[in-house]
Design a protein. Structure first.
Length: 303
């Protein structure tokens, strides 16, 4: 089922037609409050009332025109301006800012957003895409982070290379948002079985936790797997850490009860709020992450 979903995410015919289907538009509302920024901001206000922070991401990727990339930067600057009182953060894909077209232009666009985030006393996350972009994304992060420490990078636990990537970043006091991985990757470069991905996720956290305790690294557990979160907490407890030193990100609409419980338990919790009309591929990757998500989507076929 996961392979089918990831194949569908890359299928151009489905991408052109599925977003028009009413049941698909109903189903996607589980993962995003709406397609416009106002809907995203309202969701963030609700989060704030519950003590949960917000990370905004404007959906879209692989732009083919630098004018469009500049427009996306404008949109993110608007997000920073309109969410100032929410103390929200932003998460941006490099290909959304023109990485496929001109890497230097993408670098300039990301620097512009990092500067805007600093001015707004916010934070910029550089999102990770498929493995073809891993090396260039880490290079982009290193260049931006050297000028703007308020910048973090997303790393994927299912890639074999990630342990080496974490080790190379640690001396530079990075911010790392650790996900399991949601793209279709071959077994030569990525773990395939959930148990192996979970084991590597825990190993990566164990590698980073001593630096987290020293406040040299900001580590964000971007997962809905509460068992993994509990096991990471055991690492922290063994090091004498407090739960307030551990940060968790979950998607809007997923395991809200657990988000609230984790907040009550003392963790720092933020919700990733996605918006925009380019949701098809992103949505299919969310379905591929958990079988329960697929079941929910299939229910939308019913009247």
């Amino acid at each position: 089922m996961r392979r089918l979903m990831l194949w569908s995410a890359q299928n151009k015919w489905l991408a052109a037609h599925v977003p028009r289907w009413a049941f698909a538009r109903r189903a996607v509302r589980r993962f995003m409050p709406g397609e416009d920024l106002d809907s995203a901001l309202r969701a963030a206000v609700e989060f704030k009332a519950m003590g949960i922070g917000a990370v905004f991401t404007l959906l879209g990727e692989n732009v083919t025109d630098l004018d469009q990339a500049s427009t996306e930067v404008d949109q993110y600057e608007r997000v920073l301006a309109e969410s100032a009182d929410l103390h929200a953060e932003i998460s941006v894909k490099p290909t959304h800012l023109g990485l496929d077209v001109d890497p230097e232009a993408a670098n300039a666009n990301m620097l512009r957003l990092a500067k805007a985030a600093a001015k707004a006393k916010s934070f910029l996350w550089i999102d990770m895409e498929g493995s073809a972009y891993t090396e260039s994304t880490i290079g982009l992060y290193n260049r931006v982070h050297a000028h703007h420490p308020n910048t973090g990078i997303c790393l994927q636990a299912y890639l074999h290379r990630t342990a080496a990537d974490v080790a190379s970043l640690l001396p530079h006091k990075p911010a790392i948002r650790l996900v399991k991985g949601a793209y279709s990757e071959p077994p030569e470069i990525a773990f395939q079985a959930k148990r192996d991905i979970d084991a590597n996720y825990l190993a990566l956290c164990a590698l980073a936790m001593p630096a987290v305790k020293r406040h040299d690294v900001r580590l964000v557990l971007a997962t809905h797997d509460v068992d993994v979160i509990d096991r990471v907490w055991r690492f922290g407890a063994a090091l004498g850490m407090d739960r307030t030193e551990i940060e968790i990100n979950m998607l809007y609409g997923i395991r809200t009860d657990e988000q609230l419980r984790l907040k009550r338990d003392g963790y720092v919790v933020k919700g990733l709020i996605a918006y925009g009309d380019a949701w098809y591929a992103w949505y299919l990757r969310r379905l591929a992450e958990r079988p329960a998500n697929v079941i929910f989507a299939l229910r939308q076929l019913l009247p």
